[in-house]
Write a protein that binds this ligand. Structure first.
Ligand SMILES: O=c1[nH]cnc2c1ncn2[C@H]1C[C@H](O)[C@@H](COP(=O)(O)OP(=O)(O)O)O1
Length: 198
């Protein structure tokens, strides 16, 4: 769950807060699963060292660098290549529910499909954090197949902090999935979690 939304400027005036910046990298694609199911969009997340899914990024100290400069530095460590994320890519800033002294800033960055492939290659071959803090970049399956396979099943995973809410909000705001598709996937994921709970 996400905490209370706050403006980026207001959050930077708060005393004693830490700032975390993360980015959703995405692209359009013509690719089709099994040659027939349109994938439509590539959305990148990562499997973290702690077994949770999240977005690339990390803690930034705004007294030392801008949020965007700090995010790009974190990206260099996690994906192993320079990726420019600027203020124009800012999506939301929220007071985290836990820990209480954290602001989470979220960005979205649209690339071309070939550039996303480059990010994926660099993440494995050059990133300092690969196999350490980051176990690997992953693509989010946005389609929905029978019995909740695809996006609903993906949503049943464990996400770090507000990463799941950030994903759902970004897909809605960017129009990558419709409100109806999102609601159906969330409802199916909830049923899947209940049916597998011990
Ligand atoms: O994807 C995310 N969305 C929202 N919050 C996140 C996400 N990933 C981590 N976090 C939270 C968890 C921590 O409280 C901070 C910083 O985490 P992390 O990315 O692991 O940063 P460092 O490597 O410690 O710099 O944000």
């Amino acid at each position: 769950m996400a905490g209370q939304e706050i403006s980026k400027d207001e959050s930077l005036s708060l005393k004693g807060y830490r700032h975390a910046c993360h980015v959703m990298i995405y692209a359009d694609t013509e690719a089709k699963l099994f040659g027939k199911i349109p994938i439509k969009h590539i959305v990148l997340m990562q499997m973290r060292f702690d077994g949770f899914l999240g977005f690339p990024g990390g803690i930034v100290n705004p007294r030392e660098e801008s949020l965007e400069a700090g995010l790009c530095r974190e990206l260099w460590e996690e994906i192993g290549m320079a990726l420019k994320v600027g203020p124009e890519d800012h999506c939301s800033s929220c007071l985290a529910l836990s820990p209480p002294d954290l602001v989470t800033h979220f960005y979205t960055k649209k690339l071309r499909e070939e550039e996303v492939r480059e990010v994926e290659r660099a993440a494995v071959s050059s990133a300092a954090d690969h196999g350490l803090e980051v176990m690997g970049m992953i693509r989010v399956p946005l389609y929905c197949l029978k019995k909740g396979e695809g996006f609903p099943s993906f949503l049943s995973n464990s996400f770090i902090d507000s990463a799941r809410s950030q994903l759902l909000a970004a897909l809605r705001v960017l129009g990558l999935l419709s409100q109806e598709e999102l609601e159906a996937a969330v409802a199916t994921a909830k049923m899947m979690r209940q049916s597998t709970a011990h």
